[in-house]
Design a binder for this molecule. Structure first.
Ligand SMILES: [Zn+2]
Length: 420
């Protein structure tokens, strides 16, 4: 009897040890999926600790984007997730500041579809530590809510199904053979054309969510949206740098240059060349009215803002009035949850005229009539409102602004036509 009890105890002990060991080793991290990015630095399942850095991709720009999946965690288990900046140089002798990789709140999801923010992490110059409660045995974490080529396809398909007049098209095939998908909606051949593109910088996922909010409002039943579609044509590209988005690379300052420094005579990227050609034709025909390039700014920006025309940019009085009216309407319309800054900013950190000329906003301004409004929208990513819903809200406001702006353009030209 005594011997039997001893055996039982030993058996129970073995089972407990085995169970504990299973729990300890079962928790894994992976990033081998589209847009995934994580270099595993440390994983201590027993202590619920994992440490990663954004994956490094040689010549693919800033290593700031991270996105990974955890499998085998225990639901409700407290985990410490430490993100440390990449130590690799993205260009010779240049390392990226830590802040670009370290949102105050990271994004977390149990289905890779719906994203929430974590509680604020402890962020310093060496890294960020996020204490989380595992929401499920499998979950995803990312720098911000991911927006991948599959999201772009789903969005364009849904809008095309809603709007029979809309036309999906392929802007270009990337250097690595991926499709850059786009949509044209509104009235084909209408006198006003609006061109909106996102993600020339792959890590700036929030800009595609802003774009989604923009497009969904344009496609909606709101009377102003219906009117906008009746009087204009809207071209939208959810992701320009598809290759780096799919790879999970940052894209910004890629070698030889990134998309928003590629608007040259001889672009490196087919999608930039294709956009230039189409925009050039629209400008030539006198139909382009508004060009918007969607981005996310630095970690310290807490409100969306535009990079506008330079102070020394040659411009007619009409051009100035148009930029001013667009800004006034933006400030009045885009009030929440992230309110627009009340003044234009200038990309004064670009020192040479040659480099300025290779930025899309400036290229469009240089290659179109000066009554065209060409702007870069920078939407803050490091705030409690930098969520899918918050970004889409900004995009909705942007679309309403465009609709209101074009309505005033029509009134102005009617007045001019009637000789007032
Ligand atoms: Zn950017």
């Amino acid at each position: 009897m005594f011997i039997q009890n001893i055996f039982r105890l030993i058996l129970v002990g073995l089972v407990i040890t085995w169970l504990f060991a299973e729990t300890a080793v079962a928790f894994t991290v992976s990033s081998d999926f589209p847009g995934g990015s994580a270099e595993l630095r440390e994983l201590n399942a027993a202590e619920g600790y994992l440490e990663i850095a954004p994956a490094y991709h040689d010549q693919r720009g800033w290593p700031c984007w991270w996105y990974f999946r955890v499998d085998g965690a225990q639901r409700g288990q407290q985990l410490t997730v430490r993100i440390t900046p990449s130590t690799q140089s993205f260009r010779e002798g240049r390392r990226l500041g830590a802040a670009w990789s370290l949102p105050q709140r990271a994004a977390i999801s149990t289905d890779d579809v719906h994203w929430q923010q974590t509680e604020p992490g402890e962020i310093d110059r060496r890294g960020g530590t996020y204490t989380i409660t595992a929401p499920a045995s499998r979950f995803w974490m990312a720098w911000g809510p991911p927006f991948l080529p599959s999201h772009a396809d789903d969005l364009l398909e849904a809008v095309a199904a809603d709007l029979p007049a809309a036309e999906r098209f392929e802007l270009a095939t990337t250097r690595q053979g991926r499709a850059v998908t786009a949509i044209r909606c509104g009235t084909p051949g209408a006198p006003h054309v609006v061109w909106v593109q996102a993600r020339q910088h792959a890590w700036e996922a929030g800009s595609s969510w802003v774009g989604r909010g923009f497009l969904e409002w344009v496609a909606s039943d709101a009377p102003e949206a219906v009117r906008l579609r009746a009087h204009s044509e809207i071209v939208f590209i959810p992701i320009m740098d598809v290759d780096n988005v799919a790879l999970g690379a940052g894209g910004k300052e890629a070698v030889p240059r990134d998309h928003n420094r590629d608007w040259a005579e001889q672009p490196h990227y087919p999608e930039v060349a294709a956009a230039q050609r189409r925009i050039g034709e629209l400008a030539e025909a006198g139909r382009l009215r508004v060009f918007l390039d969607l981005h996310n700014p630095g970690a310290n920006s807490k409100q969306p803002f535009y990079f506008g025309p330079y102070k020394d940019e040659p411009m007619s009085a009409q051009g100035r009035r148009n930029y001013q009216r667009f800004l006034t309407l933006s400030v009045a319309t885009m009030t929440e949850p992230l309110a627009m800054e009340r003044a234009y900013q200038y990309a004064s950190y670009i020192k040479t005229a040659e480099e300025r000329g290779r930025m899309s906003r400036n290229w469009v301004a240089d290659h179109s009539d000066d009554d065209v409004v060409a702007l870069t929208l920078e939407t803050a990513w490091n705030t409690p409102h930098s969520t899918t819903q918050g970004y889409m809200h900004v995009g909705r406001g942007l679309a309403q602004t465009v609709a209101r702006y074009l309505a005033t353009v029509e009134e102005t030209s009617e007045e001019a036509g009637s000789g007032k």
